[in-house]
Design a protein around this ligand. Sequence first.
Ligand code: ZN
Length: 68
Amino acid sequence: MTGPRLVPCPHCGQPAPFEPANRWRPFCSQRCREIDLGAWAREDYRVPDQGRDGAEPGLPDDPQDFPH
Ligand SMILES: [Zn+2]
């Protein structure tokens, strides 16, 4: 093994050492990591407003349909 393995930073594309010494791996720096994770979290926040569509027709479940 010679030298750390370099991986492209997911944010800026610069080669970043992928090793325990690089605490921001696979990012090249704390800045890139925070920016990237921040953008990710913000996108995650915008949950589409679904589920409150209302006006759901009742199920055709009539027990009186059965002949007694
Ligand atoms: Zn970077």
